[in-house]
Design a protein around this ligand. Structure first.
Ligand SMILES: [Zn+2]
Length: 321
């Protein structure tokens, strides 16, 4: 009786396998019921397309096939894991392929905060907390881990006078730790600035002529809003220059809720998928994303914010509903 039942069960299983009309995507490392967002490019039944969708531990796909002109790749975004970007996903012509993506924990990005007062340090603590919420909530796959130090005397005046030109003096005074984000809270009347580019290019065509400084350096003044640190870390992670899509003001599809919208406050809560992809992968002449520069990620891709092509998603590409 038991044997007959087992045979019946295995026949059923065999039957369903032979009738499979799809490939399968497996996500290893997520809990039952948890979902991630997948951006999957590849060729199915003659079409080369990018599909963006929610996936669980196992998701049925159409039949993806090999294609020299449509190289398949996949990006997986999660609120609890680092972003995964696989550039060479292989499929066969046959149905029943299973592709497995293994997720890893969120990236712990170290931040050293240099402040000149108790008030500055308290502002920094709140800003770091807000940045943590915004980066995890938008599936950037990064959590900020901060330590706090006192800004050596004398540097305040140099920073106020020279801004990003002060980076070398800051390093000479050992108020800087290599291969991590350094943020300087200055009790002075300005807002905020990331120093990847030495001076802010006034327009996009002239931007390539502006020299690199150090994307690991950010200044925060007393006029900064609570979301300014999250915004400046967006620049540090490669959303730059501001005039080339680093700032989203006036770009179709973006509004004041976007974290890279210049001049906003608490209403800035959103990164698009196109922004998050770049923050994890950006390669540019200003040092690219500090996640790669600081040894927290490998790989990378040159996808300026304002460039869309076969391998660079539109900046406005957003999360599925
Ligand atoms: Zn900005």
């Amino acid at each position: 009786m038991r044997t007959a039942f087992s045979l019946f069960a295995s026949l059923l299983a065999f039957g369903s396998m032979t009738k499979a009309e799809a490939d399968t995507l497996r996500i290893a490392g997520i809990n039952p019921g948890e979902t991630v967002v997948v951006s999957l490019k590849g060729r199915t039944s003659g079409h080369c397309a990018v599909q963006i969708f929610h996936a669980t531990a196992e998701t049925e796909l159409a039949n993806f096939v090999p294609s020299a002109s449509c190289k398949s790749e996949i990006a997986v975004f999660s609120r609890r894991h680092a972003m995964v970007h696989e550039k060479q996903v292989t499929w066969t012509h046959a149905e029943g392929d299973v592709h497995t993506v293994v997720l890893h924990p969120v990236i712990r990005a170290r931040v050293t905060v240099w402040s000149e007062s108790r008030a500055g340090r308290e502002r920094a603590t709140l800003d770091i907390e807000r940045a943590r919420e915004l980066y995890l909530g938008n599936s950037v796959g990064v959590v900020f881990v901060a330590d706090y130090r006192r800004l050596p005397p004398g540097l305040r005046e140099t920073i106020i006078a020279d801004r990003c030109e002060a980076v070398e003096v800051i390093k000479q005074n050992r108020a800087y730790i290599a291969r991590r984000l350094n943020v300087y809270y200055i009790d002075h009347d300005f807002s905020s600035r990331n120093c990847a580019i030495s001076q802010t290019p006034p327009d996009c065509p002239s931007a390539p002529g502006f020299p690199v400084r150090d994307g690991n350096v950010t200044f925060i003044g007393v006029n900064a809003t609570r979301t300014a640190l999250a915004h400046e870390f967006g620049h540090a992670f490669g959303l730059r220059p501001s005039a080339c899509g680093g700032h989203t003001n006036g770009i179709p599809g973006f509004g004041p809720d976007n974290i890279m919208w210049a001049g906003g406050g608490e209403e800035r809560v959103h990164f698009t998928l196109g922004q998050v992809f770049r923050m994890n992968t950006q390669v540019d002449q200003w040092g690219g994303t500090m996640l790669i520069r600081n040894g927290l990620r490998s790989g990378g891709r040159r996808c300026p914010p304002n460039l869309t092509n076969a391998v660079c998603p539109p900046l406005r590409a957003d999360w599925p509903q």
